[in-house]
Design a protein around this ligand. Structure first.
Ligand code: SF4
Length: 706
């Protein structure tokens, strides 16, 4: 067996999956990964979860794309069609790189020259490196000629980042996950870390076992809640009611930190006035948590020596996602629970490089390091650094992910270049998204597999898997880490950095980056927060935390100890009121749908469904339904059920699982056979444009066609 073979090479790298950023070692023989071991990185201390340890063989899967593909003339794009790998040749023909790149580049250029820069869009990837993200956004901004560049951060923490930028001036975390070991009180809200950030969850579990007060707040009962000192299973969609009630208690019982509020914040009076109407007694029936529990938890959070809040997509993926995050920020500010070890605010970032991709400017309203596109002096600076004529850069924010799909459906966006994302699976109301993708004049998809999105492409460019390239990746703790190449890409597949550069040349840019380190060096000169991190240092140290402004600066893991990076150095309270979900249950669609992930699978499943061990553990699409609801539907555990909304329907297997409250069904979004996003709602938060993936109305019935 493979386990008995002796590796001929060991490569020190990072896990390709989640934002925890575990360091690992690839053990290689004959250009194949034999096994993976955990390394002593700052985030994992040798620990790995099932994905990091066993989820590596996707890279050598026989379905890897190894040749550029061009859609055959006359083959229609059928939304929702997945192509049987054995029949790819009926849809696409193999082409040389020269031909594929020329066709892709020329087609996009023609759209730009005929319909203007805004008819083109680029979607980058939170799985790519910082250097790939940086070059990709530079290509869109300087080559396509607009700010129409976004990526899946829009679907995960866009609202958290919007609220954090507004309130404290920085979208990243204030303290690393590991600070749970120094906190006395740990609130985990709207997150399921044992599933989504498993190694981070181990530190939380250790802390709870060591007597720290772990407070879990979630409509779903997670594994972590079993270890919680208090578990608040609040009703879905009632975050603002619950959090405002906690603030009401803190104000009324005189538990606010007056000094902190006075010296380090603005806007408190307005917040105080706003929470006045949210007494625990009034909010208890709304959120389903007894008033006395709300009081107890509020007191405990406010009065401990160090209280920390960590949150996930349960907070962010709502039409009121920004408001939810505003409340968490206000809680920390009014009690002064920020700016010291064991305190602060930590939005648990999802993908391995969603923090870095956002930092590198893969977002439509900001250049690298969150420098706003609307500010003339910022544009002038980038024009100078990128050697452009003054006035070249677009001064308007571009379109976000969901807006792009609407614009494509309306025929306003005509050309799309997608690097490593799978919106046909990940976007809300995926039937609509797929129709929009099919309608494009030209779709270029750069990926390692023929994803559901690539099935609708005109040109498919075979790219490199994580272990096949070198680059930097920024984890949820703001830790910039080096991922090192361990394998050669298969066949004619190429590294993404090379592909981006060749695409840039085809649309008229004259780029000549010889090595990834040159891209990093350019980045750090445009991004003050990583200005002090050099490639040499990363090679030596593997990881450096930003802010690291000057060379030699050790990096800062706990920030805001003296001031906030806002005007005047002070943070700002922003009050929030209750806004209901965009689509509430009714007689026709009486249940609530919550979507998310499973431990063994990653996002749209393109990698983990092709990882032998992981797919063997969770091979089939499932819906997690409360046993009593399943019984009421007349479905046996393991039986088929159909979930239908106003937008679409899918059929999958029902699993009896009391983690979901009664009346709510939970479905992971990784199964192409039953893509739950065909059912979800694309209504979004008005500030951050993040869709409401955590709440829509559905009807669940027994049976259906598998
Ligand atoms: Fe990889 Fe995240 Fe698991 Fe660590 S916790 S091994 S980074 S998936």
């Amino acid at each position: 067996g493979v386990g008995l073979q002796v590796p001929d090479k060991k490569v020190e790298s990072v896990c390709p999956y989640c934002g925890v950023g575990c360091q690992l070692t690839y053990n290689i023989k004959d250009n194949k990964i034999l096994y993976v071991e955990g390394r002593d990185g700052p985030a994992n201390h040798g620990r790995l979860c099932v994905k990091g340890r066993y989820g590596f063989d996707y890279a050598s899967h026989p379905q890897r794309l190894t040749k550029p593909l061009i859609r055959k003339a006359g083959v229609p794009k059928v939304p929702g069609e997945t192509i049987d790998p054995a029949r790819v040749h009926e849809y696409f023909r193999e082409a040389s790189w020269e031909e594929a790149l020329d066709l892709a580049g020329n087609s996009l250029k023609k759209i730009r020259d005929t319909h203007g820069p805004k008819a083109l869009v680029g979607f980058g990837s939170a799985k790519g490196s910082n250097e790939e993200a940086y070059l990709f956004q530079k290509l869109v901004r300087t080559g396509f000629g607009s700010n129409n560049v976004d990526h899946c951060t829009r679907l995960c923490h866009a609202s958290s980042v919007a609220a954090l930028l507004e309130g404290i001036g920085s979208g990243a975390v204030s303290n690393p996950v590991m600070d749970v070991t120094q906190a006395d009180v740990i609130i985990v809200i709207g997150a399921n870390p044992t599933v989504n950030h498993p190694v981070a969850a181990t530190w939380m579990k250790n802390a709870a076992k060591n007597g720290k007060k772990l407070i879990v707040m979630d409509p779903r009962k997670s594994d972590l809640s079993r270890l919680a000192w208090r578990f608040l299973q609040f009703k879905p969609d009632t975050d603002v009611a619950m959090l405002n009630a906690m603030m009401h208690v803190i104000v009324h019982e005189g538990l606010v930190n007056e000094d902190f509020i006075k010296s380090r914040t603005i806007g408190y009076d307005e917040l105080k006035k706003n929470v006045e109407g949210y007494s625990p007694e009034a909010m208890a029936p709304i959120c389903g948590i007894p008033a006395e529990t709300l009081r107890e938890v509020a007191r405990t959070y406010a009065t401990s020596k160090g209280s920390m809040i960590l949150w996930g997509m349960g907070v962010s993926q709502h039409v009121h996602g920004t408001d939810n995050a505003r409340c968490l920020i206000a809680l920390a500010l009014m009690t002064g629970q920020i700016g010291r070890p064991g305190t602060g605010l930590h939005p648990l970032r999802g993908q391995n490089n969603v923090q870095g991709a956002s930092d590198a400017g893969l977002i439509p309203m900001m250049f690298p390091d969150y420098q706003k596109v609307i500010e003339p002096q910022v544009r002038a600076k980038f024009e100078q650094m990128w050697k452009l004529k003054p006035g070249t850069l677009d001064d308007k924010p571009g379109l976000t992910v969901v807006e792009v799909m609407h614009a494509a459906a309306e025929g306003k966006v005509k050309g799309l270049y997608i690097m490593g994302e799978n919106p046909a699976m990940s976007d809300p109301d995926a039937n609509h998204a797929r129709e929009a993708l099919a309608k494009l004049d030209h779709l270029v998809v750069q990926d390692i597999f023929l994803t559901e999105t690539a099935c609708l492409a005109d040109v498919v460019l075979p790219a490199s898997a994580f272990p096949e390239k070198t680059g930097t990746f920024t984890n949820t703790d703001r830790l910039v880490q080096l991922g090192r190449q361990a394998l050669q890409p298969p066949g004619d597949a190429k590294q993404d950095l090379w592909i981006i550069q060749e695409m840039a040349r085809r649309i008229g840019l004259d780029w000549n980056y010889e090595h990834v380190s040159e891209v990093f060096d350019e980045m750090r000169h445009t991004m003050p927060s990583i200005g002090g991190i050099t490639w040499d240092r990363l090679e030596r140290q593997h990881a450096v935390t930003y802010p690291c402004v000057k060379e030699g600066d050790p990096g800062t893991s706990v920030v805001f100890d003296h001031d906030f990076p806002r005007e005047g150095g002070v943070a700002r309270f922003v009050p929030a009121d209750i806004i209901p979900a965009a689509e509430r249950p009714d007689a026709e669609y009486p249940m609530v749908l919550i979507t998310g992930r499973q431990l063994e699978h990653w996002h749209t499943g393109s990698m983990t469904r092709r990882a032998g061990v992981l797919d063997a553990i969770e091979p089939d699409p499932v819906a997690l339904v409360h046993p009593l609801d399943l019984d009421a539907l007349g479905v046996q555990p393991g039986g088929l059920l159909t979930i239908e909304s106003r937008r679409g329907k899918i059929t999958l297997y029902g699993r009896a699982d009391d983690s979901s409250p009664r009346g709510a069904v939970f479905v992971p979004f990784c199964y192409y056979e039953a893509a739950i996003n065909r059912v979800t709602n694309d209504k979004f938060d008005p500030v951050a444009k993040i869709p409401e993936l955590k709440y829509c109305a559905v009807r669940v019935t027994a049976g259906g066609e598998a």
